[in-house]
Design a protein around this ligand. Structure first.
Ligand SMILES: Nc1nc2c(c(=O)[nH]1)N[C@@H](CN(C=O)c1ccc(C(=O)N[C@@H](CCC(=O)O)C(=O)O)cc1)CN2
Length: 294
């Protein structure tokens, strides 16, 4: 008997359809949400993600602006581009694809984005707003995870959520979002003592460690909801495949519900980017914000 497989592709499709309908509505007022994506360098996975973002932005009826820059781009040139995007009224959302090449200061680059256009939610102002329970731009991957959890479980109040991973992009904002939903939240990480025992306490287990299949089946509390954020490319024999941070087959036998990789959290990340762009556009035009859930 296996747990329910959470279909992130289907959920993301529903969310994108809803966003597209809201974009049609905005068009009747002569408003077109615009998203600028900046990619620096040659990372092959980043090129795929940025291409998918551009395609899905256009499919939703929004304007997509792509800036692909050489790996040798100097910091002042990147900051100057961000300054122009900040000043451009046709652009409501700005995203700098991560990781950046090592010679660039990611903190300074993300800090240069106008917080109102920061659809990644990585600017310290948005981080602080989220942490203090105020309206913020919420990072796309944790927002997508929360939507999947609410769709599956409804009210999350009182549930014990264990987030494995403490990154600024996923682990920390995920913990903030779950806390705001009245979960009891534990953040675990590579230095946590007895990680398996911590994970076994979780009604909700979010794995965001970046280590292929690290979370074992016997670390899962029977009936728990498991959200696997990991996207790890591994080579098995002569083929490369994508696996999460959770040993899916073993975990699925114990969990009540689990996200697969691929087809779980990943598609929600881009759908939530479109949702954030729509939100930023509505805020810029003083319009009511769209409801966030699919
Ligand atoms: N500025 C940002 N950079 C990065 C982010 C981010 O949210 N903002 N997240 C990741 C990459 N990412 C989006 O940028 C992303 C990763 C994965 C997917 C996705 O749909 N994955 C598919 C599998 C795709 C594949 O075959 O590789 C899935 O899981 O089904 C979308 C977006 C790091 N950088």
């Amino acid at each position: 008997m296996s747990g329910h497989i959470i279909d992130g592709r289907a959920q993301a499709g529903l969310l994108r359809a809803r966003i597209a309908a809201q974009v049609v509505d905005l068009a009747t007022r002569g408003i077109v949400p615009g998203l600028a994506v900046v990619l620096v360098g040659d990372d092959p996975a980043s090129h795929v993600y940025v291409r998918n973002k551009g395609v899905q932005t256009q499919e939703a009826g929004m304007a997509s602006f792509e800036h692909r820059l050489s790996a040798a781009t100097a910091q002042p040139d990147l900051l100057a581009l961000i300054g122009r995007l900040n000043a451009d009224p046709a652009i409501h959302g700005i995203l700098v694809q991560l990781p950046l090449p090592p010679h660039l200061d990611a903190g300074a680059v993300l800090g240069a984005i106008d917080p109102a256009k920061d659809v990644d939610g990585f600017h310290v102002l948005n981080v602080g707003l989220l942490g203090t329970g105020q309206p913020a731009m919420v990072p796309c991957t944790p927002l997508g995870c929360l939507m999947l959890l609410q769709d599956r479980l409804g009210d999350l109040s009182g549930l014990h959520a264990v987030v494995v991973g403490r990154s600024n992009i996923v682990g920390k904002p995920m913990a903030q979002l779950l806390l705001a939903q009245n979960c009891t939240v534990t953040i675990a990480h590579s230095r946590s003592r007895d990680l398996p025992a911590l994970c076994r306490q979780a009604d909700i287990l979010v794995a965001a460690v970046g280590r292929p299949r690290m979370i074992q089946g016997d670390w899962i509390k029977p009936g728990a909801t498991v959200i696997d954020v990991g996207i790890n490319r591994i080579t098995e024999g002569d083929r490369t495949r994508l696996v999460g941070d959770v040993d899916f087959d073993a975990a699925a036998r114990v969990a009540g519900a689990i996200t697969p990789v691929p087809g779980g959290v990943g598609p929600m990340t881009i759908a939530c980017l479109l949702a954030n762009t729509l939100t930023a556009c509505c805020r810029a035009h003083g319009l009511p914000e769209p409801a966030p859930t699919p």
